[in-house]
Design a protein around this ligand. Structure first.
Ligand code: 3HC
Ligand code: NAI
Length: 707
């Protein structure tokens, strides 16, 4: 049976324990171990039933995704889990799944093949495969509707969200909640089963509904998937597979599921989403910061500035249960900030995201103030005042005087040099950048900016804090724009160049939207405010090299007061519901300005729009990697997926470049270089990898091996 699965006895009940830390994935050896245990159970006349349980912190969290990656890359699949699950279900003695932690994917499928399921209250169950670009591959789409009903099975398999134990009990997915010790409770439950039937999930039909009942469920689910999971194959495949369960016998339904599973598994989407799964976990690993680096306890915090970002950051801290002092410059700004926080919370209650009670408790944790008096006691301060070096330095010098030794002083700056900000203090080792994205209480990304002097403890604490705040923290270096905005700059630049060369606003945005971006680059500009980039460009104009083409149409719009959504006009016009309406005036203006600037006009293909925008990201990303401002290509991917609406099923910009082939990307960039000059100088790392026939993923693996 090996070390991964143990079979022990407790009176007349066999106990099958899976011990494959950290999440008891069904890695090679685990299914075999369970199979051997079932054989022993069958053979042993002294045993009446068995309990299947996970050792450590969880039940089975699913198939081993590393193995799935290998299969996606072509490794033969073998029989999969199906024969084992039939064997469990056909066992002549009842098998009880005892669930704590999570029963996900193949774990849930195993539990459903058992005859009964019990769980602790904190357990969760689900079929999250779609989040990896696949569908359940071991009859999950066939057994789940038989236990939970068609509508719930369609929802769980196509959306992938887990269900908590109490909900699972109501659905009939589990049979009993266990209070107290799970194993003892499960054994007691198993002992009572002697006189009871041994139900096989696959033989149940009572919840499968009629064609008339099911048709609207499937139609609604498909429409929902097309809207909310735009461009994704797996949700639609999952719905097809559940539909098969309602239309054909179990065995045939399983065959349909298998075909769809393999189609999804071998698709580029699954490979990309599995890359994202592991990249999201790898960002937490920083080569020179060991796991056991001491952390600074963050029990209280202060925020300076209650504007757009300061308000959101205060909410994020309060939501995590951290009391926060919010300091503003004057009463009017403080009142405005407080009222915005209250409005945002009220909206969350209206939308059902939070209960009123939760919000009341959070609001009590946020204490507005006009002075830094209480800041002497806080463990962390996040500064979010206007973007300007002089003001930031003034604030940090004050904080340095007021805050206790050991307090972390963080800046939310999006463009300024963290080292220069730190130089205003006598404790640069405690200064770090925490770059939240707008709206801070919604966006998942947090760039953590490492200054020259930032200590390992401060970085480790910031990374851990990100997790506590429900964010994905990515460590970046201190360069202009850090990682995300530094790459965004050439991306937006190209989108405006394309307009100036003859493309329309809608053409540019629709190409990127159809690729899967949450919004096109021009619509994003309108949302964020075109004036933000305009101000930054004016501030940094002295750094621009003379004779190099710069986009100008956006600045011209700003000169006309067209700042985007906030002024009702930008690249688009906006109605009272903030719906974007194409504006022929913008098209005419851009054409006129282009003629004045003598920019030749031409028909631009969708392919060129896509390549220019995306390869601008990739080229800058390659430079950032080579210069060491991002640790890995995967880190850049996670930044773009969580902060910039890059479609996860494309894996992020660096992964996407790998899928196109770096040689192809490099040659296209060379063409752009020839046509548009210096701005398209290929990044040396890209050139090198293209010449070697390698990918960014290879580069990452080689770096990991030599670390
Ligand atoms: N396979 C391989 N490794 C896995 C894994 C899996 N299914 N699930 C988690 N891991 C690894 C993670 O990569 C991480 O490794 P690391 O420590 O080296 O970085 C470690 O386990 C811990 O994972 P988390 O950091 O995510 O731990 P959390 O406690 O935050 O979360 C969890 C635990 C909720 C189980 C989360 O890991 C998770 O959601 N895992 C994926 C579950 C899943 O998608 N299951 C379905 C797989 S597909 C399938 O079953 C197909 C079937 O239908 C045939
Ligand atoms: P904002 O203009 O909405 O808010 C700034 C607030 O700081 C104002 O309310 C102002 O009264 C206050 N303030 C100024 N001086 C102060 C002082 N001495 N003490 C206390 N409060 C003071 O600005 P926003 O957008 O919130 O930006 C704040 C910071 O976050 C900037 O550094 C910006 O670059 C950065 N940032 C902004 C993002 C955005 O999308 N708005 C995204 C990420 C970072």
């Amino acid at each position: 049976m090996g070390d991964l699965v143990q079979f022990t006895k407790s009176g007349n009940v066999g106990v099958i324990t899976i011990n494959n830390p950290p999440v008891n994935a069904l890695s090679p050896g685990v299914p075999e171990g369970i199979s051997d245990a079932i054989d022993q159970l069958q053979k042993d006349d002294g045993l009446k039933a068995a309990v299947l349980i996970g050792g450590g912190s969880t039940f089975i969290a699913g198939a081993d995704i590393k193995e799935l990656e290998k299969m996606a890359a072509g490794k033969p699949r073998g029989a999969g889990l199906l024969p084992l699950l039939l064997k469990i279900e056909d066992c002549r003695k009842p098998v009880v799944a005892a669930i704590h932690g999570t029963a996900l994917g193949g774990g849930m499928e195993t539990a459903m093949a058992c005859h009964y399921r019990v769980a602790v209250r904190s357990a969760k169950v689900g079929q999250p495969e779609v989040k990896l670009g696949i569908i359940p591959g071991a009859a999950g789409t066939q057994r789940l509707p038989r236990l939970a009903g068609v509508a719930k099975a369609v929802e769980m398999c196509s959306e992938g969200n887990p269900v908590a134990a109490e909900g699972a009990l109501r659905l009939g997915l589990i049979d009993k909640l266990i209070n107290g010790d799970l194993l003892a409770g499960a054994i007691a439950f198993a002992q009572e089963l002697a006189a009871k039937p041994i139900p096989k999930t696959r033989e149940r039909h009572d919840k499968l509904g009629t064609p008339e009942q099911n048709a609207p469920v499937f139609a609604a689910a498909r429409e929902n998937a097309r809207k909310k999971q735009r461009g994704l194959l797996a949700p639609l495949a999952a719905i097809d597979a559940v539909e098969a369960a309602t239309k054909m016998p179990f065995g045939e339904g399983c065959q349909v599921e298998q075909t769809l599973f393999v189609e999804c598994l071998t698709s580029p989407q699954a490979k990309a989403l599995m890359h994202v799964f592991f990249a999201e976990r790898e960002v937490a690993k920083i080569p020179d910061i060991p796991k056991d680096t001491p952390l600074i306890p963050v029990k209280t915090a202060g925020v300076v500035g209650a504007g757009t970002m300061g308000g959101g950051i205060s909410m994020v801290l309060a939501n995590a249960g951290i009391p926060v002092l919010v300091k503003e410059a004057d009463q009017a700004a403080l009142d405005r900030g407080t009222s915005n926080i209250q409005k945002n919370y009220a909206n969350s209650v209206k939308r059902g995201r939070f209960t009123q009670q939760f919000v009341d408790e959070r609001l009590k944790l946020i204490q507005p103030t006009l002075s830094l008096d209480g800041f002497a006691d806080v463990d962390l301060v996040i500064e979010a005042v206007f973007e300007g070096m002089a003001l930031k330095k003034e604030v940090f010098a004050q904080l340095d005087k007021v805050c206790k030794p050991g307090a972390i002083l963080a800046s939310n700056t999006s463009t300024l040099d963290i080292d220069e900000i730190a130089s205003a203090t006598h404790r640069p080792q405690f200064v770090v950048g925490t770059h939240f994205f707008s709206p801070a209480n919604v966006m998942r990304l947090l760039e953590i900016v490492r200054g020259k002097a930032t200590s390992k403890e401060v970085i480790a604490t910031s990374m851990q804090l990100a997790k506590k705040l429900g964010k994905v923290g990515v460590l970046v270096g201190n360069c202009r724009g850090f990682v995300g905005n530094r790459m965004f700059h050439p991306y937006v630049r190209e989108s405006v160049f394309l307009l100036e060369e003859g493309a329309s606003v809608q053409e540019v945005d629709s190409v990127l939207y159809d690729f899967g971006m949450a919004m096109g680059p021009l619509a994003v500009g309108d949302l964020a405010g075109l004036d933000v980039g305009w101000r930054i460009r004016k501030e940094y104009r002295h750094l621009e090299k003379r004779g190099i083409r710069q986009p100008f149409a956006g600045d011209r719009l700003c000169e006309m007061g067209r700042f985007g959504q906030k002024t009702g006009r930008g690249w688009y016009k906006y109605d009272e519901n903030r719906r974007a309406i194409p504006d022929p005036e913008v098209t005419a203006l851009v054409r006129k300005w282009a003629a004045e600037a003598k920019i030749p006009q031409r028909q631009i293909t969708r392919e060129e729009i896509l390549d220019r925008c995306l390869y601008a990201l990739v080229n800058e990303g390659a430079r950032i990697l080579e210069e060491g401002y991002a640790l890995r290509p995967g880190d850049i991917d996670i930044i773009y997926i969580n902060g910039y609406g890059f479609p996860a099923h494309r894996g992020g910009p660096m992964w996407y470049a790998d899928t196109v082939g770096l040689k192809n990307v490099y040659h296209r960039i060379l063409e752009f270089h020839k046509q548009h000059g210096e701005l398209w100088e290929p990044a040396p790392l890209l050139k090198q990898l293209a010449a070697q026939g390698k990918t960014f993923a290879d580069y990452s693996m080689e770096k990991r091996a030599t670390a």
